[in-house]
Write a protein that binds this ligand. Structure first.
Ligand code: NAD
Length: 365
C-alpha cells in the first residue's frame, strides 16, 4: 500500500489528475490517497494557494501527484509551483521526452531526459524593480565594482549558481542515467559568456563526470548550439543536465519535438521526496470541458510507479498509453490530424480507453 498525496490543482488540473488516478488504480497497485487542495480552490478555503496542511501531507507521505495550478497574477506568490518546489527542496526537475507512434511529430526516435536544476539561477526570484531606491543603490554599487555602465532605469535579476547545487544536480543526472540504463550525460551551459556562473556549472559538471568515467559518457555543450542540435538530431541526446532557466526553455523545446505539451510528463524530486506532475499548465480556457489530453499526467503517473518500485505496473500502463496513441482512435482533439475532428473523445473517455487497453496489452520492454 502506497500512501500518496493527491493534489488535483485547478483549471484543467482536476480532470487530468483524476484521469491519472483512475489509470493508476486500474494497474492493481494499492494506493491510499490523501487528497489536498492547492491553487484557486485552496484560496477560497484557506486564503492561500499553498496551505501548510498540503505541504505537511507531502512531507509526511514523501510522494505526491499533482495537477497543474494557475499562478494568481499579482497576488503573493510569484508561482505556486515554484513555491512548492522551494518549500520541499525538490531540487531536480526530471522530464523524459519520448516519441510515441501515433503522435504527430517531425521526429520518430526521440528518447531523452531533461534534468533541470530547480533551486537557483535567474529563477531564484531575486529581482530588483526599475526605478526603486534600492535598485538605484545596487546599480551604483555594481557600476563601481564592475566598471561596466548600467542604465539608471534598468531592472536587475540576480543569477546565483553554486558548486553545491550544481554538484547535486549533476550527480543526480548521472545516478538517473545509471538507474535507467542510459549511456550519456550532456551538461548544457553558456560558459563562454557567463564565465563565472555558467563557468562554475561547467567545471563542476566536468569534475562530477570524472567519477562516472567508463560507466556513463559525458560531454558539455553551449546552450545555443544545443538548441540547434536538438532540432537537427535529437536522437544524439540521452540525458541533459541544465541550470534552471535553460532547463525551463529546453524542456518546452523538447516537448515540441515529441508532439507537444499534451504528452510531456515530469517530476520534481528531492532527497527521498517527489512530486509528479505534467509539464503543461492549467490551460484555464479548457477547464471543465472534459476536452484536454490526459496523457502527460498519466505518464507522470508512470514515472511515479517507477519511483515507487512498481516496475511491472509502470510498464503495463506505459504500454497501454502507447497502444491507445498508436491506434489514434479514442484520443483527444489535439492528437487528431484535424483538431476539429468530431471523432475525438474527451479526457475521461481517453482514460477509459487506456484502462481497457491495460487488460489486453502485451508489454514488450
Ligand atoms: P498551459 O500549459 O496551461 O497551456 C498552454 C496551451 O497548451 C493551452 O492553451 C492548450 O492549447 C495547450 N495544452 C496544455 N495542456 C494541454 C493538454 N493537457 N491537452 C491539450 N492541450 C494542452 O500554459 P499557460 O496558458 O501558459 O499557463 C496557464 C496557467 O498555468 C498559468 O497560470 C501558469 O502559471 C500555470 N502553469 C502551471 C504549471 C504547473 O502547475 N506545473 C506549469 C505551467 C504553467
Amino acid at each position: 500500500m502506497h500512501k500518496i498525496t493527491f493534489i488535483p490543482g485547478d483549471g484543467i488540473g482536476p480532470e487530468v489528475a483524476w484521469a491519472a488516478r483512475r489509470c493508476l488504480e486500474a494497474t492493481g497497485v494499492s494506493f491510499q490517497w490523501d487528497e489536498r487542495p492547492a491553487g484557486e480552490g485552496a484560496i477560497k478555503q484557506f486564503n492561500t494557494p499553498l496551505p501548510e496542511d498540503t505541504l505537511k501531507s507531502v512531507r509526511d507521505n514523501r510522494v505526491a501527484i499533482k495537477g497543474p495550478i494557475t499562478t494568481p497574477i499579482g497576488k503573493g506568490f510569484r508561482s505556486v509551483n515554484v513555491a512548492l518546489r522551494k518549500a520541499l527542496n525538490l531540487y531536480a526537475c526530471v522530464r523524459p521526452c519520448r516519441t510515441y507512434a501515433g503522435v504527430r511529430s517531425p521526429f520518430s526516435q526521440v528518447n531523452l531526459v531533461i534534468v533541470r536544476e530547480n533551486t537557483e539561477d535567474l529563477y531564484a526570484g531575486i529581482e530588483f524593480a526599475a526605478g526603486e531606491e534600492r535598485t538605484k543603490q545596487l546599480i551604483a554599487q555594481l557600476t563601481d565594482w564592475s566598471k561596466q555602465p548600467i542604465q539608471a532605469d534598468a531592472a536587475i535579476s540576480i543569477k546565483p549558481i553554486s558548486a553545491t547545487a550544481t554538484e547535486r544536480i549533476v550527480r543526480y543526472a548521472f545516478e538517473h542515467a545509471l538507474a535507467h540504463g542510459r549511456k550519456k550525460v550532456t551538461a548544457v551551459h553558456k560558459a563562454n559568456i557567463m564565465k563565472f556562473t555558467d563557468g562554475l556549472f561547467m567545471e563542476t559538471a566536468r569534475r562530477v563526470a570524472a567519477a562516472y568515467e567508463g560507466r556513463v559518457a559525458f560531454e558539455d555543450r553551449l546552450v545555443d548550439a544545443t538548441c540547434m542540435q536538438l532540432v537537427l538530431k535529437p536522437q544524439d541526446f540521452d540525458v541533459l543536465v541544465l541550470p534552471n532557466l535553460y532547463g525551463d526553455i529546453i524542456s518546452d523545446l523538447c516537448a515540441g519535438l515529441i508532439g507537444g505539451l499534451g504528452v510531456a510528463p515530469g517530476a520534481n524530486i528531492g532527497d527521498g521526496i517527489a512530486v509528479f506532475e505534467a509539464v503543461h499548465g492549467s490551460a484555464p480556457k479548457y477547464a471543465g470541458l472534459n476536452k484536454v489530453n490526459p496523457v502527460a499526467m498519466i505518464l507522470s503517473g508512470v514515472m511515479m510507479l517507477d519511483y515507487l518500485g512498481e516496475r511491472s505496473a509502470a510498464r503495463r500502463l506505459d504500454a497501454a498509453v502507447a497502444a491507445v496513441l498508436r491506434e489514434g482512435r479514442r484520443v483527444t482533439y489535439d492528437l487528431k490530424a484535424d483538431r476539429n475532428d468530431p471523432t475525438a473523445v474527451g479526457t475521461k473517455e481517453m482514460a477509459d480507453a487506456i484502462i481497457e487497453k491495460m487488460r489486453t496489452v502485451k508489454v514488450t520492454i
